[in-house]
Design a protein. Structure first.
Lengths: 391, 252, 115
């Protein structure tokens, strides 16, 4: 298997974007192509979850290939729920590692704000089990809320811990000019003042408004290349060193221990094994904080902290910029936004930015290794990636 | 014989008890003051509303156009019994809400225009004006319509408004909804917040001058707007420039 | 006759499934339909729960109670809750009722109340 490097990265502002879907993907891709210094690719993968349903568009990859004048490169769209982005990166990795392709463009894109908030919530809810979950009106916030309640009961996580994650990530987004939320929030405003419960109402008890990521439009792209090509291009050598992917039961209630996220555990374990790294080696991480509880739970399942201690590490500031393992320094999904198909690629964009030392105000000093975790479904399809900077 | 036409054109204003200012904390930790704005300060509001006419998203254009007309109508004595409340953060205008008294027992809500987003300022403003109608003016119910889906979700669903579809609302003649005193009392504990009296320093700052918002809603963003490259929508010039600089540094 | 929700029991190894699967998760041998249907029990205890405020558009109610219930036979299922103040571990009983309406279709599911 050949080594695979990230030679270029690109992103659009995450916000409401009134552009055709393929154009959003193309904007991000153009930046990535320019960043890498390539004009031709062998293959492109476009990660997207909702184009047929939300944007009334199919065969997105063909549209993007043509829009970028990359013809006659191979092109395919990859739909894997909210883990589409990292799944597309995995496909790109396989294409280069196998020796079949030398340059692969992986773009992720979503335009969810074309429909109203309720429709967007319903669209994401279609990933739940149709006959035993979806029909009851289950949404992703509902799943996360039931999971949170168990976590609170079992490990002593409180609404304060959740709010701490929210404040940390939303305020981190102020250091990321591409992030959706550019509004500072405070513990007092969302938790402690007499007005806090009106400012921060329940979305699904016990989860509140500021515990959930916003609905965003946006695109992100990376260029994956072989070692030879990477050296030729001369960009910083960021190697995609490990990939793990795992699945779990479709219906969430079937899981033996409902507070476990076994697919996260397995995906991270496989990625660490492949890369020869351990959780202690990671300098900067992007976790899938679609809901604040997920950052806490994933930080444990990935192996940064023992099970049940993620929230105490959070209290000590270990997950903040400057802490032991800075998590979501660019805002995470909570602050950057969560255009579902784009998120996995946007996480890679953030890690590569960090490993190149281009993080500006949010730079993790001397970051050499990174990890990103893209969480699909409610933990039923998870992809974990690790990255290493080689000098 | 001369007729003072202006006397005929000007509506006779009904006495309306003024709104007692209050303040509350926002999610950001900032304090927002809600207070009534009278005729002499309307030009300050108009200046802030005018740019929103050109924000063609989230119904800012249509709402701003109508609010502008209402405020101007109030300012030039062409509006019957209108009141205007302003929400200010550190003096800066964060939202405008207005409405009018139809009869001593019936109120009518006109607009809620939030100039800062993501902090439920619009929701606080709407709650404040319902409070003014029901608690201060003693109206039995308030007629409401929504022009945007955001408004519809907030008011119709959060307050569970009753239908008054036989009454065309003054805003566009569309069927009305109503917030009754009973519905308001039910929503009160969850949706209506605020503390009184407003500390003098906060109130003075708000009363001193309505400052324009420093970060008002803007027309739809370009995907790469964060690069701040006005005439370079793809940001290629900016990125290329960076590479040139990097190359230059290497060659030097 | 009261409506039922069915679990699927593998004829080869006896493993119970809910939801339905094409291949048995126990013996992985079931390569064509070899399941017996067994009605799910209707009482159990509440494992976790929530009240949802942002519902998909077709719901006419403002909020919806949802919970995961561990049934008498140890299997679990998700259902709607009609319980004012649920607590973890409380005993609940269910009945099969309409849980979602779409334009021309009614969907049936379990609705739990306090036992």
């Amino acid at each position: 298997m050949r080594d695979v490097y990230v030679a270029g990265i690109g992103i659009t502002t995450f916000t409401r974007l009134e552009y055709p879907l393929s154009e959003i993907a193309s904007y991000a891709s153009m930046m990535a192509l320019k960043d890498a210094g390539v004009t031709e690719v062998d293959q492109l993968y476009v990660a997207n979850m909702g184009a047929p349903r939300v944007n009334h568009q199919t065969a997105l990859a063909s549209a993007v290939a043509d829009s970028l004048s990359l013809l006659p490169a191979g092109a395919a769209a990859i739909e894997n729920g909210p883990a589409s982005g990292a799944a597309a990166i995995k496909a790109g990795f396989q294409a280069v590692a196998s020796g079949m392709d030398d340059v692969v463009l992986v773009a992720g894109v979503e335009r969810m704000r074309e429909v109203n908030n309720l429709e967007a919530t319903d669209f994401v809810a279609t990933l739940t089990h149709p006959l035993t979950e979806y029909i009851y009106g289950v949404t992703l916030p509902a799943h996360a809320a039931m999971f949170t309640r168990l976590y609170m009961e079992k490990y002593g996580v409180t609404e304060r811990h959740l709010a701490m994650v929210g404040v940390k990530n939303q305020n981190a987004a102020l250091n990321n000019e591409w992030a959706h939320l550019q509004q500072e929030i405070s513990m007092e405003g969302i938790l402690d003042s007499p007005e806090a419960m009106t400012n921060n109402p329940y979305v699904a008890e016990p989860l509140r408004f500021f515990d959930a990521c916003p609905v965003s439009d946006g695109g992100a792209a990376i260029i994956l290349v072989s070692e030879e090509k990477a050296k030729e291009l001369g960009r910083p050598m960021i190697r995609l060193s490990g990939i793990g992917q795992a699945t779990d039961t479709h219906a969430v209630f079937e899981r033996e221990e409902p507070t476990d996220l076994l697919a996260v555990r397995k995906a991270a374990k496989d990625a660490f094994e492949m890369s020869g790294l351990t959780p202690e080696d990671i300098d900067v991480a992007e976790l899938h904080d679609a809901f604040t509880i997920l950052e806490i739970a994933e930080s444990e399942e990935v192996g940064f902290f023992p099970k049940g201690e993620g929230h105490t590490a959070l209290e000590k500031g270990e997950t903040a910029l400057g802490g032991k393992i800075p998590i979501n320094v660019g805002g995470g999904l909570k602050g950057r936004g969560h255009p579902v198909g784009a998120t996995g690629v946007a996480q890679a964009w953030e890690i590569v930015t960090q490993l190149r030392g281009d993080g500006g105000k949010r730079q993790v000093e001397g970051a050499k290794t990174g990890l990103s975790l893209n969480f699909g479904g409610f933990g039923n399809n998870v992809v974990c990636l690790t990255y290493v900077r080689e000098d | 014989m001369s007729v003072d036409l202006e006397k005929i054109l000007r509506p006779v204003e009904s006495p309306m008890k003024p709104y007692e200012p209050k303040y509350m904390m926002l999610a950001s930790g900032e304090a927002v003051v809600v207070r009534q704005v009278f005729r002499d300060e309307i030009p300050d509001l108009l200046k802030a509303v005018e740019p929103l006419l050109h924000v063609e998203r989230d119904y800012y254009d249509v709402v701003a156009a109508r609010v502008y007309a209402e405020l101007l109508g109030y300012y030039q004595y062409r509006f019957q019994d209108q009141y205007v409340l302003a929400l200010q953060v550190d003096g800066e205008l964060a939202a405008i809400v207005n409405g009018r008294q139809v009869t001593p027992t019936l109120g009518l809500s006109l607009h809620t225009l939030a100039l800062r987003r993501g902090l439920r300022i619009g929701a606080h403003g709407f709650a404040a004006k319902m409070e003014y109608h029901i608690d201060t003016l003693g109206h039995n119910e308030v007629l409401v319509v929504a022009e945007s889906p955001i408004g519809f979700r907030r008011w119709m669903i959060e307050y569970k408004l009753e239908k008054r579809f036989h009454i065309p609302h003054e805003l566009g003649g569309v069927p009305s909804w109503a917030l009754t005193k009973e519905l308001f009392d039910r929503a009160r504990s969850k949706l209506v917040v605020g503390r009184r009296p407003v500390p003098p320093d906060l109130l003075d700052k708000a009363m001193d001058k309505i400052l324009p918002p420093s970060d008002p809603p803007t027309p739809p963003l370009d995907p790469l707007a964060a690069t701040r490259a006005l005439y370079d929508p793809t940001a290629t010039a900016l990125v290329t420039q960076r590479w040139e600089m990097e190359k230059g540094a290497q060659n030097a | 006759m009261a409506r039922e929700i069915y679990a699927y029991k593998c004829r080869l190894c006896g493993t119970m499934h809910y939801p339905f699967r094409m291949v048995c998760k126990g013996c992985k041998q079931n390569d064509f339909f070899e399941f017996d249907t067994v009605p799910l029990p209707k009482s159990g205890k509440l494992l976790t729960f929530t009240r949802v405020y942002n519902l998909p558009a077709q719901y006419e109610v403002a909020t919806l109670g949802l919970g995961i219930v561990e049934l008498e036979n140890g299997m679990r299922m998700l259902g709607q809750l009609e319980i004012d103040e649920p607590t973890i571990g409380m005993a609940v009983k269910g009945s099969v009722e309409v849980v979602r309406k779409e334009t021309y279709d009614d969907y049936y599911g379990m609705v739990f109340t306090a036992a």
